[in-house]
Design a protein around this ligand. Structure first.
Ligand SMILES: [Zn+2]
Length: 271
């Protein structure tokens, strides 16, 4: 199937939003930035040309001035805190986690505060006080204590739940990873997932076909990328996605700051 046919379902859904006078809020989060690489340059180019705001989740322990100098030239980029060192502390039979319950909570939280302080010192106003847990996983006991460390928002993967102790700005479509797959995800699958997210919001959270919990109507839709492993397929998907959406009057690509600061986010809960 050509990309044109693949994206027809998205066009159709967005036209429905336009006819109803509604606007879908999208945001883009990219993970694992540390230094300036060709892959990062590519993502910066694509997003700048498309005028799509980008939130880069940066690993505090290993980053430094080179990334600061490079990002200073990009008005459309914000920085979030991607754990501390992105090291796995889980056992060989567990899912990978840096922020799990394998270490004392005080130790983990102290590292997260260091990460936030370090990135704020480096990136100044570009820093959003947002924690992006490595592998999108964080122990439930840590979440109520994130605000004490200076975080204002948490970003993981999946639809938000009610009653979170901290605001959530989540991602919902992972361009690179699927269960058992890393890279080269079929574009039709990605479009289907995005259209699914749009449909549940359009319907006010009701989606009889969805196995996932309903999305709050006003939850922004987060697109998640990992620039370091993007190949031709991911680059083509993003280029096409931006082409289809940036100028569409039913879509608003928003920065994390605008979403966190300017507009009330629904309260959610993580598992
Ligand atoms: Zn990561």
């Amino acid at each position: 199937m050509s990309d044109d046919q693949t994206f027809a379902a998205l066009r159709q859904e967005l036209d429905r939003w336009r006819s109803a006078g509604r606007t879908a809020r999208l945001w883009l989060r990219d993970d694992d930035a540390v230094e300036v690489t060709d892959a990062l340059e590519q993502l910066l180019d694509t997003t700048r040309q498309a005028t799509v705001p980008l939130t880069l989740a940066v690993i505090p322990a290993f980053t430094g001035e080179a990334l600061v100098a490079r990002l200073a030239r990009e008005d459309h980029v914000l920085v979030a805190v991607h754990g501390w060192s992105h090291e796995n502390h889980a056992g060989p039979d567990e899912k990978k986690q840096e922020l799990g319950s394998h270490r004392h909570a005080d130790v983990v939280l102290a590292q997260l505060r260091n990460g936030l302080d370090r990135l704020r010192l480096l990136h100044g106003p570009k820093l959003v006080p947002m924690l992006v847990p490595p592998w999108n996983r964080i122990s439930a006991e840590l979440v109520p204590r994130l605000e004490e460390q200076g975080f204002e928002v948490l970003s993981v993967f999946g639809r938000m739940r009610d009653n979170s102790p901290i605001r959530l700005l989540n991602t919902h479509v992972d361009v690179v990873n699927a269960r058992g797959q890393r890279g080269d995800r079929p574009h039709a699958d990605l479009v289907r997932e995005l259209v699914g997210e749009l449909r549940t919001r359009f319907a006010g959270g009701e989606d009889p076909c969805a196995r996932e919990r309903p999305a709050p109507v006003d939850e922004p839709i987060g697109i998640l990328t990992h620039h370091l492993v993007h190949g031709a397929s991911e680059r083509a998907f993003l280029a096409r996605l931006f082409e289809e959406t940036v100028d569409h009057s039913a879509v608003s690509w928003m920065s994390a700051t605008d979403l966190v600061g300017g507009l009330a986010l629904p309260q959610g809960r993580v598992e």
